[in-house]
Design a protein around this ligand. Structure first.
Ligand SMILES: *Cc1c(COP(=O)(O)O)cnc(C)c1O
Length: 371
């Protein structure tokens, strides 16, 4: 292995990055073959980032190295007590070839909030942003250029200390890996059916629902399988009082007949950056956004009276997806009209337009990665 640039200047965070090039990096032809149809989360770029943290030394030894298996002690705390968090964002290629990402500071801040809840150390924003730039510096060619494709970036952090006692770990690792992603809806965006889970909850009051942590996903897999058995692609969770929370990995927004957008307020949901951005674009259009508790009964009655005309889900991977049908054990809500889906899709187009550099970025959301 060759070590490139072992003496780079310290970054804003005061760290000196080391890059070890992958001697088995894919050839241009192999990479292009993958990028022609990468799917989602199946292929990974040639390199990864990792940064160590210890109670004594703080954040140290930031490096880019060949992508590959990690060695972990079988007693590593994450494997037993799930002290783990992650993030998800994308790198986009613009028509002029440049590479950008969307609101990474918001992901960095959310990762700090997740870290706090899960008793992990907070990664400074500067290291988070550096990690993305460093990976793109070696793997920029992995950002695909076809319509609506992207390089999905997955930062994550876990307790690696080998110790079976129950307390927060004194040794932690931060990693960043990247995976090219096909357009989510190659044939155009299709409405999804969702299953209302009343038997299972995703999170509880005071729990970890607002943290982006693996355990929330583990607990959603069984209800997700139930949803699939009923022909639904996603699950909607409620709180104990019958208020909407969110889907397994996406936030939810209801649309009224007069064009208001209603989205659940809750301290046990994960506050999506996509939702925040879509709602900002809606406010820019003069639409009213209501961020408040909203119950399943309000949705049900509103759909019956014609007051609520549709709903959509939003998150980084799929961006925005209209909800065609909500199926529950003893009732169903069907949204057939076009108005809400058209609004959802037009907000989606505007957001992806900004992300791919086709629409003016009037909020200063885009950050260039390759310059
Ligand atoms: C990541 C995530 C979202 C969506 O967040 P974005 O920042 O929009 O990608 C919504 N809900 C859950 C549970 C999530 O983990």
């Amino acid at each position: 292995m060759t070590i490139d640039l072992p003496l780079q200047a310290p970054t804003a965070a005061g760290l000196i990055w080391q890059t070890v090039r992958n001697p088995d990096a894919k050839s241009d032809a192999e990479r292009e073959a993958i990028l022609a149809d990468p799917g989602f989360g199946q292929h990974f770029t040639d390199h990864m980032v990792d940064v160590c943290w210890s109670e004594k030394g703080g954040w140290h030894r930031p490096r880019v190295s060949p992508y590959g298996p990690i060695q972990l002690d079988p007693a590593a705390a994450v494997l037993h007590y799930a002290q783990e968090i992650f993030e998800g964002l994308k790198a986009y290629r613009h028509a002029d070839g440049s590479i950008w990402t969307f609101r990474p500071q918001a992901n960095a801040a959310r990762m700090q909030r997740s870290a706090k809840r899960m008793a992990l150390p907070e990664l400074p924003e500067s290291i988070f942003l550096d990690s993305i730039r460093q990976l793109i510096a070696v793997d920029g060619a992995w950002v695909p250029s076809a319509d609506e494709t992207s390089l999905y970036l997955r930062p994550f952090m876990f307790a690696k200390e080998a110790f079976l006692g129950v307390r927060s770990a004194k040794k932690v690792a931060y990693y960043l890996i990247a995976s090219p992603a096909t357009a989510y809806f190659p044939g155009g965006v299709k409405p999804v059916n969702i299953w209302l889970s009343t038997e299972y909850a995703r999170a509880g009051k005071g729990g970890t629902g607002a943290a982006k942590t693996g355990g929330n996903y583990a607990s959603s897999l069984l209800p997700q399988a139930e949803a699939a058995e009923r022909g639904c692609q996603q699950v909607l969770f409620l709180d104990d009082d019958g208020n909407l929370e969110e889907l397994g990995g996406m936030n939810v927004v209801l649309v009224t007949k007069d064009g208001r957008l209603i989205t659940p307020e809750s301290d046990s949901i994960l506050e999506g950056i996509t939702r925040d951005s879509i709602l900002q674009l809606a406010r820019d259009r003069g639409l009213t956004v209501e961020h408040r508790k909203v119950s399943i009964d309000e949705w049900r009655e509103g759909a019956a009276s014609g007051e609520i005309v549709g709903a959509f889900a939003c998150g980084t991977a799929a961006v925005v997806v209209p909800i065609g049908r909500l199926l529950a054990e003893d009732f169903e809500i069907v949204h057939e009209g076009d108005a809400a889906a058209e609004l959802a899709l037009s907000l989606r187009d505007e957001l992806t337009g900004i992300q791919y550099g086709r629409v003016e970025d009037r909020h200063g959301w885009m950050v260039r990665l390759d310059a």
